[in-house]
Design a protein around this ligand. Structure first.
Ligand code: ZN
Length: 223
């Protein structure tokens, strides 16, 4: 999933000053989301090793959370607001309807902070669904991902997390963690499944991408 040519951001190149400068641009607590084409989205972010004082760290988390809500989205990685640190926020409490929730295993995901996350697939089971990205606005495409992943990271208080995440939350964890590695979902998406948000809403919003696969001519890997 990752290529070896990503630029790695060094830990000491991200300073509290540079982060505070960016946070100062927030309007109503919200900053602009960086779009694909910006090198920050293609770099391997620096591990967070306490580069920020606790006040700046807390403000960063609040701005990321507000920006995610404003978008709206279910996750924001720090590089998406121009900060190359391995930090992401995730939260998915949207009502998507019973059928979609059941088929996609889209269970409620309360707000949480992932610091220096990594994930590894658990078992052979995969799931193929449409997903999108706030940094690639206007489009969605089908990505096949592990149904279950082991998530290892720290939380906002520095506590070590090691747990298995399943279903749609696993997809969100993988998508956001990939951002911190300079990977966008389009790198592994089935390109023939690409659809605008408008076409998705009109045609392809059913729980699975089976009909889209037949109509658009792509194959969905069996789970
Ligand atoms: Zn994204």
């Amino acid at each position: 999933m990752t290529e070896g040519r990503h630029v790695t951001v060094t830990e000491d190149s991200v300073t509290a000053d540079s982060v505070r400068e960016l946070l100062a641009e927030a309007r109503d607590g919200v900053v602009t989301i960086v779009a694909a084409g910006d090198p920050v989205l293609r770099s391997r972010a620096a591990r967070y090793t306490g580069q920020l004082d606790s006040e700046t760290f807390a403000e960063l988390i609040e701005v990321m959370r507000a920006t995610m809500h404003h978008a709206p989205g279910v996750g924001v990685a720090a590089p998406q607001i121009g900060i190359p640190l391995q930090i992401a926020v995730i939260e998915d409490l949207y009502d998507v309807g019973a059928d979609v929730a059941r088929v996609r295993e889209r269970t409620p995901l309360p707000f949480r902070v992932l610091v220096n996350p990594r994930y590894t697939p658990v078992g052979p089971e995969t799931a193929a669904f449409y997903e999108g990205c706030l940094s690639v606005p206007g489009y969605q495409a089908v990505v096949t991902r592990a149904t279950e992943v082991r998530l290892e990271c720290s939380d906002e208080r520095g506590r070590e997390i090691d747990e298995v995440v399943r279903g749609w939350p696993a997809r969100i964890v993988a998508h956001e963690t990939d951002h911190l590695d300079g990977t966008l979902y389009i790198d592994t998406a089935n390109t023939r499944s690409l659809t605008t948000n408008e076409q998705y809403g009109e045609l392809w919003s059913d729980p699975t991408p089976e009909r889209a696969a037949t109509a658009l001519g792509f194959s969905v890997d069996p789970g």
